[in-house]
Design a protein around this ligand. Structure first.
Ligand code: MHF
Ligand code: KIV
Ligand code: MG
Length: 280
């Protein structure tokens, strides 16, 4: 079923069932109005830990906390009626082991109303994914470039080139075998993304991966041109809202400095004998 024909949010199993079918559409969102804009057009919406870099000015995703993810998760949920919401588990909230991951993921699910959580990692995270899934928490996996590991990866580089392809394929099989209902593939060679997509029984969601993936995701502020501090090669700009916003702010500043704003239509008379159409 298309995102627009649907009346209620799909379940993780509905997303899983889209393997090999019409491409899954997703974007990140961090606020209610952005969630409202994409609700009719996306199969699922991710409250990404990219929120730290995009909305809070942090230098990486490492400083993002459970409290931040819960606050933004609640805001996004209020803007959705048809798309499923997935929330990123932040750095440090799940890596200690399955028990820590369950405790924090359960809190994330109950406090935000998310349909699933996403966590970064492959083979090493498989036991944690299996533990969560066995206890009722649907998990979306995220392999390839995993930004929470920036300090060991040494930069936001392409992952899985050359000999590293086998390890990436092992990560993909491990997370799918552990019960993840979908797998995000970030910044991997397109040919490898296609092989993983063919090999896995669950949908692959590409970001800097391949048009052959079972779905795509982007950071919404990137595709709208609102976030401009950097632009990964995988970003396609569908709008230039940052530029348009700055031009609008410059026009406002000019109006204020020249007393063109507020105009007569923006101010109030000292009488209730209002003209027709006036608001109190
Ligand atoms: N705005 C935004 N978009 C993202 O896709 C994103 C975030 N933030 N924050 C969390 C992670 C970090 N991600 C990244 C960050 C950088 C590149 C990247 O390709 N960087 C280029 C250009 C960097 C630059 O121009 O400064 C690189 O060559 O490293 C990729 C993914 C993906 N996620
Ligand atoms: C880019 C997506 C996959 C993500 O993890 C995020 O926005 O945090
Ligand atoms: Mg993330």
């Amino acid at each position: 079923m298309s995102a627009t024909a649907r009346k209620t949010a799909p379940l993780p199993d509905d997303i899983r069932a889209r393997k090999g079918g019409a491409p899954l559409v997703s974007l990140t969102a961090y606020t209610t109005p952005m969630a409202q804009m994409m609700d009719a057009h996306c199969d699922f919406v991710l409250v990404g830990d990219s929120v730290g870099m995009v909305l809070h000015g942090l230098p990486s995703t490492l400083g993002v906390t459970m409290e931040m993810m819960i606050l933004h998760g609640k805001a996004v949920k209020r803007g959705l009626s048809r798309a499923m919401m997935v929330v990123d588990m932040p750095f440090g909230s799940y890596e200690e082991g399955p028990e820590q991951a369950f405790r924090n993921a359960a809190r994330m699910m109950s406090e935000t109303g998310a349909g699933a959580v996403k966590l970064e990692g492959g083979v090493s995270m498989a036991p944690t994914i299996a533990f969560l899934v066995a206890r009722g928490i649907p998990v979306m996996a995220h392999i390839g470039l995993t930004p929470q590991s920036i300090n060991t990866l040494g930069g936001y580089k392409v992952q899985g080139r050359g000999d590293a392809a086998q390890a990436l394929m092992a990560d993909a099989h491990a997370v799918a075998g552990a019960g993840a209902f979908a797998v995000v593939l970030e910044k991997v060679p397109a040919s490898l993304a296609d092989k993983v997509t063919e090999a896995l029984p669950v949908p692959t969601i590409g970001i800097g991966a391949s048009a052959g993936c079972d779905g795509q995701i982007l950071v919404v502020d990137d595709m709208l041109g609102l976030f401009t501090a950097f632009k990964p090669k995988f970003v396609k700009r569908y709008a230039t809202l940052g530029e348009q916003g700055e031009a609008a702010i410059a026009a406002y500043a000019d109006d204020v400095r020249n007393r063109r704003f507020p105009g007569p239509e923006h101010v109030f008379a000292d009488t209730t004998a209002a003209k027709p159409g006036d608001k109190a």
